[in-house]
Every structure is written in C-alpha cells, then in structure tokens.
Design a protein around this ligand. Structure first.
Ligand code: AMP
Ligand code: ZN
Length: 470
C-alpha cells in the first residue's frame, strides 16, 4: 500500500487517489532566470522518483509543471526586482530571450538526470488571462484590496489561511523580519497583481482592470493546476521552502475562490546543503550540473547520490560524497555487465526456492518504495541482491532491470564494454612497467588511460578496465 508523508496533516497517510489507479500530480517548476542549481535539481529528482513509484505501482500519472517566466520577485515579501528582468539586465538580453535560454538549459539538465518530463509544461506568461480571471473571482468574493503597489490578497478574510504551517506563532516570528510593502493590511497578505512602477516600462506587462502590470508569483500554479487537473487534485509537491509562503498562498487562493481543497496530498523535499548552509543563489554557494559534468562526473552519479538519502532528510553535498556515488554507480554498472554476461537460463533443481526468494526481493522492494519513497533502503536491497549467492545471475539481472524503472539509473543501457585497441596497448605497456616495478611510469599511463575515459583496477587476476559511465 502506498503511503506518503502529507505536510498538510504532518503524518504519513495511505494514498487514496480521486480516481482509481490514476494520479494527478502538480510540481512547482523552475524560475527561468538562471541555471537550476543542484539543490533545485534534488527536488526535481525527488519528484521524478515519486512519479516513477506511482507508475511502478500501477498508476497512470498526469503530471503538470509550470515554467515561471514572470512575476517571481527577488524577495518573497512582494518586494525587490522581478528575477527575469534582473537576469535580462545582467546578460543584456530581453526577458523573453532569458526565459527561452534557461528553459532550454533546464530541459537539458533534467534529460541528463533521466528525469521524465511532465505531460504538460506551461509558461506563466501563457496563462495571464486565466490568472486575471482568478483575481476577478477573488475580488468579487471580497478577498482582495488595491493599494498603490498592486492588488493584494487579504489573508485575514480566510479562516483557513496557513493550514500548511506547523505553528502559526513560528511563522509570525520568522516572517516578521521581512520587508513589508507600504499599505499591506496584514504581514502575510500577498500580491495577486503588481503594477508596473510609475515612469518605467517593464518588458513584460499586461493590461488589467486595475492597471498595467504583471501577476504575483503565487497565482500561476493555482490556475495551471486547476485547469489541467481539476479541483481538488491528488498530489502537489515542491521544496521545503515552499511550506512557508508559496504553497500557503496557492492554497489560500484556491480555497477562497472555489471553496474547495486545492490538492489532497502535499509532499515537500528537504534541502541540499553545502558547507552547512542551504544551497541558494543568495548564499553565493551555487553549483550547477554543468560544473559536475565538466569535472567528468556522470550526471547520474548525482542522481545516485540523491537516491542514497531519504527525500525528507537534508543531504550534505561535497565532491567527495559525489566521488563515492560515482564509484558505487560504476561498480553497479560493472556488476550489471557481469550479470548480463552470465545470464544464460539457469537449470537449477532448486527452482521453487529461487522463485520464492525472487518474490521476496520484489515484495521487499515494493514495501520500501511504497513506504514514503524509502529509496536508501531500496538501494541497499539491490546491493544485497547482487551479493546473494542463492539467486542465479539471470534472475538478479531481471530484478535489477525491474527496480531501475524506479531508480532511473539507465541500467538497461549498460552493454558489454568494447575496449579500443589503443587502450589495450596502453594497459599492456603499463603491465610491463609494473613488472619492472616502475610505479611512476605505470601511474603516468594510468592517468593517460583515465583521460581517455577508462579506469584501470589491479585485481588478483590482473588489470581490469572500467569505462567512465558518462
Ligand atoms: P525556484 O526555481 O527557486 O522556484 O526553485 C525550484 C525548486 O527547487 C523549488 O521546488 C524549491 O523549493 C527547490 N529548492 C530551492 N533550493 C533548494 C535546495 N537547496 N535544495 C533542494 N531544493 C531546493
Ligand atoms: Zn507553485
């Protein structure tokens, strides 16, 4: 039985979809003013795993993701610059060019990480009309007020505001420190529509019944979610930072406008941490996927690293940790190659025992992944399986291919490595130096081989080659 930790109720709950074996999934997408950093990507990996677990469990998933190309300000308190306009100034491009460039970069990142794209992508700028309609509904129902800076949502009018928070008191404390827009009635009130500043022409602005401007960041997800998944829908996700502002504000608009629960299960991924602080552009400690690829890491090593930590636990990133993940992934690929080579059908007399053990592995795997996506345990089980002498290679291979429908490590694409002649010659030359105990020369050749994408390992049976899994 599938169980998820639902932030809305602060406990694990059995997943009961609205429609049998179907799941509507909404995940907050990127703000395309710069590259996604590997912290952001951790959240998208978690959401991909969720989707793969749902599919593995027999659900047909309809997945929607937004692309924020307008309206996300540098501060969560409706102050500061629009991130897209800021990016355009920085790169001396138009906001439209910035959005297009970083959307492409994002799509490439998720391809590298084997993240399945959503069924529906939507840009915030393609839904301005729907966003205006939602604000009109809210206005009609008395939830809005207009000040010189824009149209705001009056949170004091909605009794259920802040349901996602653990404690209202704590939120008041943490949010009391933020800069407040003059004229805002309550500290939590948020912009639905911001006016273009007087005397300046923004690159992205639209007419509205209240004045020329642009939408607040929290409105797009509400219209996109409801338009494509209905209200309520099943699952809504994002990073843990969205628990305090973005998601309560999404929920507020949907509940105020339609008097219905917005989404039934809210899942949030913990942060990727670097040097004890969260990875964030404002902290100046950003790493992007491209940096790792340039260092010759396989992007899937980063995916492997993320699989090793539960999505609700902080994950500390370091290059050493990533090197460890790369080694484990290379080992896994090596094992898969060996299993593929030895996987002729077994004619064991213990067929019944074997099939019982195989079933046991399948059940345990399902138990782990369905228990709030316990991927570290599922990964550990796979290594246990690889070492299990009772299971024939062919069965191991089949099980691992099946598990990889969730891991997404491209195990089925591992083929027998064909070593180029040039590399073989280098290995032989190195062996000669080793026999002569000329370790320096041997090491130089090892480096040469490494530069060509292969790792030499000295085993009892002689030198063994592994290909970098890039
Ligand atoms: P943004 O593009 O800023 O809207 O962020 C995209 C996603 O990344 C959101 O779901 C955030 O909650 C998430 N996120 C931001 N920083 C981190 C981090 N350091 N670790 C994990 N997720 C993050
Ligand atoms: Zn959102």
């Amino acid at each position: 039985m599938l169980r998820f930790y639902n932030t809305l109720f602060r406990k694990k709950q059995a997943f009961k979809p609205l429609k049998t074996k179907k799941a509507g999934l909404y995940t907050c997408g990127p703000t395309v003013y710069w590259f996604a950093h590997i912290g952001n990507l951790r959240t998208y990996i978690f959401e991909d795993i969720l989707k793969k677990v749902l599919e593995y469990s027999g659900y047909k998933v309809k997945h929607v993701m937004n692309i924020t190309d307008v309206g996300h300000l540098t501060s969560d308190a409706d102050t500061g610059e629009d991130k897209l306009e800021k990016g355009a100034k920085r790169e001396k491009k138009t906001v439209w060019e910035i959005a297009e460039f970083y959307t492409k970069a994002f799509k490439q990142d998720i391809r590298h990480l084997n993240i399945k794209p959503p069924d529906i992508w939507i840009k915030a700028t393609d839904t301005i009309k729907d966003q205006l309609n939602l604000i009109k509904i809210l206005e009609k129902k008395g939830f809005t007020y207009k000040i010189s800076d824009g149209v705001y949502f009056d949170t004091s009018k909605l009794k259920t505001y802040g349901r996602l928070w653990k404690s209202k008191k704590r939120q008041v404390k943490t949010r009391a420190r933020v800069e407040i827009v003059v004229g805002k009635k309550n500290p939590f009130d948020f912009a639905l529509w911001k006016f273009s500043p007087k005397g300046t022409k923004r690159q992205m602005e639209w007419k509205s019944p209240w004045g020329i401007g642009f939408p607040g960041w929290h409105t797009e997800c509400v219209v996109m979610g409801i338009k494509n998944l209905g209200i309520p829908f099943d699952i809504h996700c994002g990073g843990i930072d969205h628990i305090s502002v973005h998601h309560p504000n999404e929920i507020a608009q949907a509940e105020a406008a339609y008097g219905k629960v917005f989404a039934r299960y809210w899942l949030h991924g913990e942060f990727l941490i670097l040097n004890k602080g969260k990875m964030a552009k404002s902290e100046g400690n950003i790493i992007i996927l491209e940096n790792l690829i340039k260092k010759r890491f396989n992007p899937l090593a980063y995916r492997y690293l993320c699989l090793g930590a539960h999505y609700r636990s902080k994950l500390c990133f370091s290059l050493n940790a990533l090197k460890g993940a790369q080694n484990s992934l290379d080992n896994l690929y090596q094992k898969i190659t060996e299993l593929a080579e030895n996987s002729s059908p077994s004619n064991s007399k213990h067929y019944e025992n074997i099939s019982r053990s195989v079933k046991d592995y399948q059940e345990r795997f399902l138990g782990f992944i369905q228990d709030d996506l316990d991927m570290p345990k599922a990964l550990a089980l796979s290594w246990k399986l690889i070492k299990d002498k009772k299971i024939p290679s062919q069965e191991k291979y089949k099980l691992l291919m099946d598990f990889d429908r969730v891991f997404g490590l491209n195990l089925s694409q591992i083929k027998k490595i064909k070593i180029p002649e040039k590399i073989r010659e280098l290995v032989e030359e190195r062996e000669q130096y080793r026999k002569q105990k000329n370790w320096q020369k041997a090491d130089e050749i090892r480096q040469k081989i490494k530069k060509q994408g292969y790792i030499v390992e000295d085993t009892e049976k002689g030198a063994k080659l592994k290909k970098f899994s890039t």
